[in-house]
Design a protein around this ligand. Structure first.
Ligand code: GAL
Length: 595
């Protein structure tokens, strides 16, 4: 029997819950092949932030053509994704009918509808195509955009365009028959149609007892939500194995802890808006989750607002900062502006190849937070080339400030030449001394590429290989602590307190939840691993190498241990169980030694 979280065994509240329990029993665990997709974060364009539901084929095609003509497609922005607003209704035979009033090419001579001509057109332009659906029966606009002219029409059942109950048929239609390459799967259908919602009360929609209570995690049903997404992921993989899956559950239902088993990207927060505070909040929601990202699994702080509101062409500092922040954490880069109105300056910002190269670096590491305050952040992202690192110096505030890092913070050697490239000013210089510092204007981010030498090429610290570390069990659930409770972090405890060394978060230490399991892929490249387990719990921790227990002991808070890891592929760190009030457990001073 697979390892089913205790909370799943809660009494199912209704039919959906019962079905979901059965689904989870059959699908828990990673689907084979899911990790091979999307080796770097997806890049593309989505109409939502620019048009909401007032979208149409002409607008999408015009933007797609501009992606190609402006060179942005060539720079990597290849997915063109449809968002909400495209459905007309679900027909009696279960097939979805497209709203041909806004997607005229979908009207076929025989009276049926198909997105195949539209998808073929995008493919013919060298682009990829994405579609949007909902994991429940109804969609988001039906609740949140009730005045939209583009809501599904017909009887109550016909307006149930979400995929619940139609997973296999919809997946065959969207990805098999129509040929879409990407699925954004929203969650309003399982969040907003409780018996008290307006649309249910007036009889417009059927009631579905919410599985996600927004911003009230303790009232959500994460295991059931997971089961539903696992079910749809399986349908997609069967219909078209190469399809990317985006789970759009806004950071709710502990989605970040389980989504990587099924999806290539998942939202970590509610919708971004085109203002500075919202952008930072969404950034923070993903930036804290470094250990959940890596090739094939990306934290998604939402689409870019560059070109809109506080990030429009009159705010180039903010526009550059926004893109820099997404790049340093290897976030998906999904544009969401109307390119037909974008100036050449904006296109140049979005098309900055060196910035894109940071986001798309093949090692797939998400940047690590070296320090974080309300005013400023410093992040470092190890790049594929040994000794190369990207650094973001982030002024969150409205005052000018000076920020800097020492070569030692980057684990780079003070000997030899260090080249510092400023990816926005294009300034390139050899570093004099050992400190890199920048005076930053209000809201400015300096994004630097540092090309130096590793201080010790034989010793690798966890902050130098975060993509090789994965949280495979989140441990004790803390739903009452909300979505800021992160089961494993570098330099911070799960609840967010920094683990300090010399006054800064110690990114060589993992702060984890009690009972959690963290897997480090050593790939047989390290002869030895050193670690100092530390925690107050009375139960022992366990270390497992390639499935074999190599150590079971109680942490005494002092001694470092050395593990012989020659030939070991995967090392698993299992934290002891603790009380629900504790601050978790520390895997301190972790280092991987090659020789
Ligand atoms: C939200 C989603 C947005 C957009 C919108 C469409 O739930 O987060 O990105 O897709 O629905 O109604």
């Amino acid at each position: 029997m697979p390892n089913i979280p205790a909370r799943l065994r809660k009494r199912p509240r209704h039919l959906v819950a019962r079905i979901a329990c059965v689904l989870l029993l059959t699908t828990y665990g990673a689907p084979a092949g899911a990790q091979a997709l999307s080796a770097t974060p997806p890049m593309g364009w989505n109409p939502w932030n620019a048009f909401r539901t007032e979208v149409d084929e002409a607008k999408i095609v015009a933007n797609a053509q501009l992606l190609v003509r402006s060179g942005l497609a060539e720079a990597g922005y290849r997915f063109v994704n449809i968002d909400d607003g495209w459905w007309l209704r679900r027909e009696a035979d279960g097939r979805i009918r497209i709203r041909t009033g806004i997607f005229p090419s979908a009207a076929l001579p025989d009276g049926t509808t198909s997105f195949r001509p539209f998808v073929d057109r995008l493919h013919g332009m060298g682009l990829k195509a994405g579609i949007y659906t909902d994991i429940g029966r109804n969609n988001c606009a039906q609740h949140w955009d009730r005045d939209s002219p583009n809501l599904p029409a017909g009887e109550q059942r016909e307006r149930e365009v979400g995929t619940l109950g139609y997973q296999d048929a919809d997946a065959r239609l969207f990805f098999g028959e129509w040929g879409f390459d990407y699925a954004k799967v929203d969650a309003c259908g399982i969040a907003d149609y409780g018996p008290d919602s307006v649309g249910v009360r007036d009889g417009t929609y059927r009631s579905l007892s919410p599985l996600i209570a927004r911003k009230a995690p303790a009232r959500s049903e994460p295991a059931i939500v997971e089961a539903l997404y696992a079910r749809y992921a399986r349908a997609i993989r069967t219909a078209a194995p190469g399809t990317l899956l985006e789970i759009c559950a806004w950071g709710e239902a502990e989605v970040g802890n389980w989504a990587g088993r099924y999806a290539q990207l998942w939202r970590t927060s509610s919708d971004i808006r085109s203002n500075w505070g919202s952008m930072l909040a969404n950034f923070d929601s993903a930036a804290r989750r470094t250990l959940f990202a890596g090739p094939g699994r990306w934290n998604h702080p939402d689409m870019l607002e560059v070109g809109n509101g506080d990030f429009d062409v009159t705010h180039p500092v903010e526009a550059r900062a926004h893109l820099s922040l997404w790049a340093i954490i290897a976030a998906p880069l999904i544009l969401s502006l109307d390119l037909t109105r974008a100036s050449p300056e904006l296109i140049a910002i979005l098309g900055n190849r060196e910035v894109i190269a940071i986001d798309q670096d093949p090692a797939g590491h998400q940047g690590v937070i070296l320090s974080h305050t309300a005013e400023a952040d410093i992040l470092v992202k190890p790049l594929a080339r040994l000794g190369h690192k990207a650094v973001a110096l982030v002024n969150r505030s409205t005052r000018p400030i000076t920020l800097g890092v020492d070569l030692a913070d980057l684990r780079l050697s003070p000997r030899g030449t260090t080249i510092v490239r400023d990816l926005w000013s294009k300034d390139v210089a050899a570093l004099r001394g050992t400190r890199i510092e920048r005076r930053l204007a209000p809201h400015e981010t300096a994004l630097l590429r540092i090309e130096g030498q590793a201080a010790d090429p034989d010793t690798v610290f966890p902050d130098e290989m975060p993509a090789a570390i994965a949280v495979i069990d989140a441990g004790q659930a803390m739903p009452d602590r909300g979505r800021n409770w992160i089961p494993a972090r570098l330099g911070f405890r799960p609840a967010g307190e920094p683990i300090l060394r010399n006054g800064r978060p110690d990114t060589g230490t993992l702060g984890v939840a009690s009972g959690s399991r963290v897997r480090i892929t050593l790939a047989k490249r390290f002869r030895r691993v050193e670690i100092a387990p530390a925690g107050s719990s009375g139960t022992p921790y366990t270390i497992v190498a390639d499935g074999r227990v190599v150590l079971r002991a109680k942490a005494d808070g002092r001694s470092a241990i050395r593990l012989n890891t020659a030939g070991v592929d995967k090392l698993e760190l299992q934290a002891p169980a603790g009380s629900t009030a504790d601050a978790g457990f520390l895997w301190s001073d972790l280092r991987m030694i090659r020789r």
